[in-house]
Design a protein around this ligand. Structure first.
Ligand code: CTP
Ligand code: MG
Length: 181
């Protein structure tokens, strides 16, 4: 595959993991997952991780994967690239994995004394990638192996932080998010 095709496959395959956190920002609020509980004097997760945000985020990622499957043949044709189709297990793994990665990162942030909304460079940008890819590899191993070849994985690792920073700065400028990260 050439570079453009590799980047196209990486972007397409990760879209169901990219959307959940943004959907959670729009839909978040309500009861925090940790129910206000603390651990060692600090919140377990904090008010930024809610049931509603997690549920809506996961559903948004799965819905997007369903939509991508519907347009995949046309998109592959138009680009001249064999884009991947998502099996149901991969849809759920990518979408829920993205939310879980973000939740685990908040757990780490609180344990390291970072308040809600504090930046945690690299963890903020890659938490959801690591966990969504891990869950996808476990839930749909054959699909994962076919789709995330070494070059595609490398493209994901380079592309994701760039996209993450760009979308969060945009959400901040639009007044949707309190911090630009
Ligand atoms: N959100 C949510 N549920 C989630 C993830 C996010 O409701 N599982 C919503 C919350 O309203 C949150 C906003 O999206 O404030 C921004 O998400 P994020 O930046 O991940 O959370 P922070 O508020 O910055 O908290 P933390 O420091 O724990 O990351
Ligand atoms: Mg934040």
């Amino acid at each position: 595959m050439n570079l453009a095709a590799t980047v196209a496959v990486a972007f397409w395959a990760m879209l169901p993991a990219y959307v959940p956190n943004n959907a959670a920002v729009l839909a978040g609020g309500g009861r925090p997952i940790d129910g206000g509980r603390t651990l060692g004097g600090r919140r377990v997760l904090g008010d930024g991780k809610t049931w509603r945000g997690t549920l809506v985020g996961t559903l948004a990622g799965v819905a997007l994967a369903v939509a991508l499957n519907a347009v995949e043949p046309a998109a592959s044709d138009a680009l001249g690239v064999a884009l991947p189709e998502f099996p149901p297990a991969a849809m759920v793994a990518l979408a829920f994995g993205a939310m879980l990665g973000d939740i685990l990162a908040s757990f780490l942030k609180r344990r390291t004394g970072r308040e809600r909304g504090a930046a945690f460079p690299l963890v903020d940008q890659l938490d959801f990638v690591v966990v969504s890819l891990t869950l996808a590899a476990l839930a749909a191993p054959a699909w994962f192996g076919d789709t995330f070849t070494l070059d595609v994985l490398l493209a994901v690792l380079v592309l994701t932080p760039v996209l993450h920073v760009a979308t969060n700065v945009a959400a901040y400028l639009l007044g949707l998010k309190n911090e630009p990260y």
